[in-house]
Design a protein around this ligand. Structure first.
Ligand SMILES: [Mg+2]
Ligand SMILES: [Zn+2]
Length: 207
């Protein structure tokens, strides 16, 4: 089973604008494509894991979210970068659209989406990373046994100032570019922790 990088979407890959309801407001950060490409080059699967309660709130449809993800994929492809899969939670307990208005196990910090991706893509969550701009993303990392990186983009800066003793990130960095660097630098030690002596990186790393 492989290590992977689970990325939050809004505030991490793209600008956080509360609820993205129009494609006109879709904006990747200037460093997004390069950061994803660096992870691609390292052969780390990159998986988007995103809460999209706007569906339960009646603000947009699942079809629109799929369309946004196709557009993100196209923009990344134009820059030679690729996200391996996109997973979203459409639910919210206070939603107004009946079929989505419920509590679920896939809304972060629940680990339902990570488990689904792990099953679909042969990923080991315990060797993986979660990058997000909210403490709930870091809670997800903890729940999945992954390492959690908080970025200061999106809600990240405000979240950092609300830090409490209950949860701490493995790293707090400026943005996705810095998070990708952190993941690549810390991947080796993570593999060593789980005793993966067969990985080429591990074999050539004298301590
Ligand atoms: Mg976010
Ligand atoms: Zn859900």
């Amino acid at each position: 089973m492989r290590a992977a990088v689970f990325l939050d979407r809004d505030g991490v890959l793209i600008e956080e604008i509360s609820f993205l309801t129009s494609m006109r407001h879709l904006a990747l950060f200037p460093w997004t494509t390069d950061a994803i490409r660096a992870l691609n080059r390292a052969a780390l699967p990159v998986v988007v894991i995103t809460n999209q309660s706007g569906i339960a709130r009646g603000l947009f449809s699942e079809a629109f979210v799929d369309e946004v993800h196709r557009e993100i994929a196209a923009r990344l492809r134009a820059g030679g970068a690729r996200i391996d899969a996109y997973y979203y939670c459409p639910h919210h307990p206070d939603g107004c659209v009946a079929e989505y208005a419920r509590s679920c196990d896939c809304r972060k910090p629940g680990r339902g989406l990570v488990d689904r991706a792990a099953n679909d893509l042969n990923i080991d969550p315990a060797r993986s990373f979660v990058v997000g701009d909210k403490w709930s993303d870091i809670e997800l990392a903890r729940a999945a046994g992954a390492r959690g990186v908080l970025v200061r983009t999106g809600h990240g800066e405000a979240e950092q100032s609300r830090q409490n003793a209950a949860i701490s990130a493995d790293a707090i960095v400026d943005n996705l570019a810095a998070a990708a660097s952190w993941v690549l630098e810390n991947r080796r030690s993570g593999d060593r922790v789980v005793g993966d002596r067969q990985s080429p990186i591990d074999r050539r790393s004298p301590i």
